[in-house]
Design a protein around this ligand. Structure first.
Ligand SMILES: [Zn+2]
Length: 137
């Protein structure tokens, strides 16, 4: 089981996102005023400045926009991973998030730009918040 760093609360802008992760939901925001899709979670719409943002639940499916492979990371929580991907995922609802594509034999060979992926929530050894990662569909 993984040992990634955990979010620290209180933190009003992202708390709903992490509550969603606990329930297996990938949440994002939509502006009630201009309908802009907003991600990462924020207090204001970056397009029109409105503070009226509503939480939405993504279907959790998207496409790899780009990625890189970290071959070694000596930070606690990552040191046992070996090579792992850091990827930008374009979700079908129209937002992009940084995450990792997991569940492949070799991240240097088995991940591709344009690959279809689906969110999964990786439970952690310590802490209450699973981390959203993506697996090939
Ligand atoms: Zn707006």
């Amino acid at each position: 089981m993984a040992k990634r760093p955990q979010p620290q609360f209180p933190e009003p802008h992202t708390e709903s996102f992490w509550e969603g992760a606990q329930q297996g939901e990938l949440r994002y925001q939509r502006c009630d005023a201009c309908e802009e899709i907003v991600f990462y979670p924020r207090q204001h719409c970056p397009s029109c400045g409105s503070q009226n943002l509503s939480w939405q639940v993504s279907k959790g499916e998207g496409t790899v926009y780009t990625f890189s492979v970290v071959r070694q990371n000596r930070m606690p929580g990552f040191i046992d991973l070996g090579a792992y991907s850091v990827a930008y995922i374009d979700l079908d609802e129209g937002f992009r998030m940084m995450s990792s594509v997991v569940g492949v034999d070799d991240p240097t060979k088995d991940i591709a730009i344009g690959q279809r992926v689906r969110v999964d929530f990786e439970k952690q050894e310590e802490g209450d918040y699973p981390i959203p990662v993506f697996r090939p569909i």
